[in-house]
Ligand binder design. Structure first.
Ligand SMILES: [Zn+2]
Length: 237
C-alpha cells in the first residue's frame, strides 16, 4: 500500500480499538481513553503504521526528518536483513512497542519527543501539502506537529497506551502489505516465509485508489463522529 493508506489504516485501527481499550487492564496498566488519548493515539498509530518501511530509502517516512530518518533507515535495513524483511515481522512490532513503552517509563520528556516524531511522520505520510514545496510543507508540518504535541502536553494526556499504539501501527502496516501483492515475513527470523505473497490488490492500483483509500478516509470521519459522543469526551465529574 501507499504511505497515506498505511497511515490512514493506523488512525482507523486506533479509533476502532478505543472503545475496547477504555477501562481495560492489560499487564497492570489500566487504559483511560479521553480526547487527548484518542487524538494522540490515532496520530501515533498512523505514524507507527509507516515505521516498518523505514528500511526502504525512498519511502516517504525515510525522507521525513532528513539525515535523521535516513540514517535510522539505513541502520534498520542493515540490522533487519534488507527491505521488507525483519522490519515486517511480529518481532519488530513487539520491539517497537517495547521501545515506545520504555520511553514512557523512562521520562515524560522522552515520551513527548517520541510522540512528536511519530505525529510528524503521520502528517508527512498523510501527504500534508507535500511535493509542491518541500521546505514550506516541512515548516507547516513541524508547526502543526509542535502545536498538537504541546496541546496534548498541556491537556495532561497520559501515555500509558503508547506501546500499544506503536505495536498496533506496525501490525496494521503488515496487514496492509499482506492485502497487496507484497508478502510479509511475519515469523522472521525463524522463517522467511512470506504471508500473503502475490495475493491481493496492486499497490497504487485501481482498487487501492478507488476503494481502499476512500473507504479508510470515510472510516476516519465516521469513527471521529462516533467517538465524539464517547462518554469520556464529556467533562469529567
Ligand atoms: Zn511495508
Amino acid at each position: 500500500m501507499m504511505g497515506h493508506s498505511h497511515a490512514l489504516s493506523g488512525a482507523v485501527g486506533w479509533m476502532a480499538l478505543v472503545p475496547v481499550l477504555d477501562g481495560t487492564e492489560v499487564l497492570g496498566i489500566t487504559f483511560h481513553m479521553g480526547p487527548g488519548e484518542i487524538i494522540a493515539g490515532a496520530l501515533v498509530c498512523a505514524g507507527a503504521a509507516l515505521v516498518p518501511d523505514l528500511d526502504h530509502k525512498s519511502a516517504t517516512i525515510t525522507q521525513t526528518y532528513g539525515i535523521l530518518t535516513k540514517t535510522l533507515g539505513a541502520f534498520l535495513n542493515w540490522a533487519f536483513g534488507g527491505h521488507r524483511n525483519g522490519t515486517h515481522s511480529l518481532l519488530f512490532a513487539l520491539l517497537m512497542g517495547a521501545i515506545a513503552q520504555g520511553t514512557t517509563l523512562w521520562s515524560e520528556m522522552a515520551a513527548q519527543i517520541f510522540v512528536f516524531l511519530l505525529v510528524g511522520i503521520a502528517f508527512n505520510g498523510l501527504g500534508f501539502g507535500m511535493d509542491k514545496n518541500r521546505t514550506a510543507s516541512g515548516v507547516i508540518n513541524a508547526m502543526v506537529t509542535a502545536g498538537i504535541t504541546l496541546a496534548l502536553y498541556s491537556a495532561g494526556t497520559d501515555y500509558t497506551w503508547l506501546g500499544a499504539a506503536v505495536a498496533l501501527g506496525c501490525l496494521l502496516h503488515f496487514a496492509g502489505d499482506i492485502a497487496t501483492h507484497m508478502g510479509v515475513p511475519l515469523l522472521w527470523p525463524f522463517t522467511g516465509y512470506r504471508v500473503g505473497q502475490n495475493v491481493g490488490f496492486k499497490t497504487d492500483g485501481k482498487v487501492e485508489r478507488n476503494v481502499v483509500t476512500p473507504a479508510l478516509t470515510i472510516a476516519v470521519v465516521l469513527y471521529g463522529f462516533y467517538l465524539f459522543d464517547w462518554p469520556e469526551l464529556l467533562p469529567r465529574t
